[in-house]
Structures are given as C-alpha cells and as structure tokens.
Design a protein around this ligand. Structure first.
Ligand SMILES: [Zn+2]
Length: 173
C-alpha cells in the first residue's frame, strides 16, 4: 500500500484516509506533528486493510460459489466478468448487466440460507444466457431443483426479481 499525505489548513483535528487503487490517500491538518500523523496513518492503514480483506473474501467466496453452480447446472457455459456483493440494493435480490457480464447480489441475500443464495446466483447466471424472463430463461433457472421454493421465500421477504436492462428493448416474440 502506497501512502500519499495531503495536508490541509482547512482541516482542524481529524485525519482521514481513503484507498484509491493501491494508494492510501491520507488527509491531515496542516499543523499536525509528524509523530501523531504517523500514528494515525498506522491505525488507518490497519482499518482499511481489514475492511478490504473482508470484502475481498466474501466476493471471492461468491465467485467460487458461482463457479460451482455454473459447473453443476450450466456445464460451465456461463462466462462473466465479475460477480460481487452490493449494499445499495435493498429491494432487489440481484441484478445483472448481460452486455458487460457483470452480476451484483444484494448484501441482504448474504444473510439468507445457502439454498436461497444458490437460487439467486443461478437466476443471475441464467440471465447471461437469456437476458429476459422468457420461458427459455425459466427453463434454465428450473434446472436448480429448489427454484420454486426459493422464489416464494424471497417474495415473502419483499425481495423482488431483478429487471434486466435488456428487457425493455426486447421485441415481442
Ligand atoms: Zn431475473
């Protein structure tokens, strides 16, 4: 982790840090003694590293899970750029941008039973084959045996289906 210190006369007391790529950008008051600054940097470095570790691990686990489900239900035919947890989707269980091959899963799903999480991942993976909610899409999703049950479970929690962007542009078949 590289460190870049920005001292500011506007800042009175607090030292803050933000990770930008692999550089920790530290903002500090202009007159803070160097020894105090170094202590604050050490503390912030630890915090940022811990946060990053947690996020990387859970995204990595999600990726592994998706690989396993891809093998089991889609013969490894689904390819994606990334799959990650997001905390800004509270009503949708997940979303997918087929054109970019990206999948986002709501952090709320992370607290649900494994078999429901698996359904959500299978649902989003299937969107990379079929972007819409066509019968062909549901046939793919239903390869996962607990699909119906998981849909009911999510509905009861008020977690709704995603709306893939490509749905809107879909010409009526
Ligand atoms: Zn969907």
């Amino acid at each position: 982790m590289k460190i870049q210190v920005i001292r500011s006369t506007k800042r009175r007391k607090t030292v803050s840090a933000r990770l930008n790529g692999d550089t920790l950008i530290v903002r500090a008051p202009a007159h803070l003694p160097e020894s105090e600054l170094q202590q604050a940097i050490a503390r912030l470095q630890k915090q940022v590293a811990a946060q990053n570790e947690r996020r990387t691990l859970s995204d990595a686990e999600l990726h592994k899970r998706a690989q396993m489900l891809n093998r089991r239900y889609f013969d490894n035919q689904v390819h994606w750029q990334h799959i990650r947890w997001v905390s800004n989707q509270n009503r949708r269980f997940g979303s997918c941008t087929p054109a970019r091959g990206t999948i986002r899963i709501s952090h709320r799903v992370g607290r649900l039973p494994d078999w429901v999480q698996d359904y959500v991942i299978v649902h989003e993976l299937a969107h990379l084959i079929e972007a819409n909610h066509s019968p062909r899409f549901w046939a793919l999703v239903n390869r996962y045996p607990l699909s119906e049950r998981a849909r009911g479970y999510l509905m009861a929690l008020g977690l709704h289906d995603d709306e893939p962007a490509s749905d809107e542009k879909e010409a009526p078949a």
